[in-house]
Design a protein around this ligand. Structure first.
Ligand code: DON
Length: 319
């Protein structure tokens, strides 16, 4: 038997790659933190973490991976899954399309013919999606949403009340979208309740490890690879990943699909999740954003991870 003192400690290749990328991009000073929600402007722009969780439950992380932040638009992915479970694919499709917009995430546009918002990953579509969440009142709907997040991350989650109220009192653009959709009968008349739930889901607090576990759950057909709990019906994974792939990075979605080639979603918090089906979930957190609202360091890290680990869905053989 080998003497334990003679054993060389070998780091996993994934740990080495994320350590290298963290060191490489930590000094990158570009982008600005989101400031249209006053509370978000207070974040430290130097925070930077990367986490990978594999579908067999291995966790690799670097940087401030325990730092909490609000999930923002990344929540749209998971709310979409819940709406699909609540109503089924066909009904949800009558209310929210699956077409990329090529526009900013907060564009006030609906499909000319159907009057639907274009897709569930942009604000208008996400508000419509959230308005579909079932429950006998606001509290039950919020609790169902929080329980859904709990299944994905593997522990209870909470809403950051100051971010929620900050967005609720300044989110006039989102309110305008809700009114437009109400006008066309795309959402229920109780728009304030739908908006509150939308602002609350955006203000759910997570850390970078949570992001990676959530992404890995999607990579693992809806089963959380750590807790083994089914977070979403596996039947809807293809719907969720398809809209992430085509619409998750807003007006950068085409370039992302071309260069990086995996389903992903970003948020103005500076988080990005990327899903490598049947392999792993990736979470990156770095608050400074580019002009399209995507984390500058996050995009760089994912681009290089995709190249170095051969993650592009259409490039890498054997999948
Ligand atoms: O509705 C909003 O503006 C925010 N709560 C979420 C926006 C967001 O994260 C868009 N992402 N890039």
């Amino acid at each position: 038997m080998a003497n334990p003192e003679d054993l060389e400690i070998v780091s996993s290749p994934l740990a080495i790659v994320i350590d290298e990328l963290h060191s490489k991009y930590k000094s990158l000073q570009a982008g600005v933190v989101a400031n249209y929600i006053p509370e978000l402007a207070k974040v430290n722009p130097d925070l930077f973490s990367i986490c990978i969780v594999t579908v067999d439950g291995q966790v690799y992380e670097v940087g401030e991976y325990k730092q909490l932040f609000t999930i923002q638009s990344i929540s749209k992915v998971f709310a979409y899954g819940l709406a699909l479970e609540d109503h089924g694919r066909d009904y949800v499709l009558t209310k929210v399309g699956v077409e990329p917009t090529g526009e900013a995430f907060n564009a006030i546009i609906l499909d000319e013919q159907s009057k639907r918002p274009y897709n569930p990953m942009v604000n208008a579509g996400a508000i419509a999606t959230t308005s579909l969440i079932k429950g006998s009142g606001a509290t039950e709907r919020l609790n169902r949403m929080l329980d859904m997040f709990r299944r994905y991350v593997g522990h209870d989650v909470f809403v950051d009340i100051s971010v929620f109220t900050s967005e609720r009192s300044t989110g006039h653009r989102n309110r305008a979208m809700a009114h437009l959709m109400l006008n066309f009968g795309m959402i229920d008349k109780n728009i304030e309740e739908a908006l509150d739930l939308y602002f609350q889901q955006c203000a759910v607090m997570v850390n970078c490890r949570d992001l990676a576990v959530m992404a890995a759950t999607l990579a693992n057909k809806g089963t959380n690879p750590i807790t083994k709990e089914q977070a979403v019906d596996s039947h809807y994974i293809k719907d969720i990943l398809s809209v992430m792939y085509t619409c998750g990075m807003y007006n950068f979605a085409g370039e992302w699909a071309y260069k990086i080639g995996v389903p992903a979603k970003s948020g103005v918090c500076g988080g990005i999740i990327a899903v490598v089906p049947h392999q792993m979930g990736i979470g990156v957190f770095s608050p400074p954003l580019d002009a399209r609202g995507n984390s500058v360091r996050g995009v760089k890290v994912c681009e290089e991870l995709s190249q170095r680990l051969c993650l592009h869905l259409f490039e890498c053989s054997g999948r």
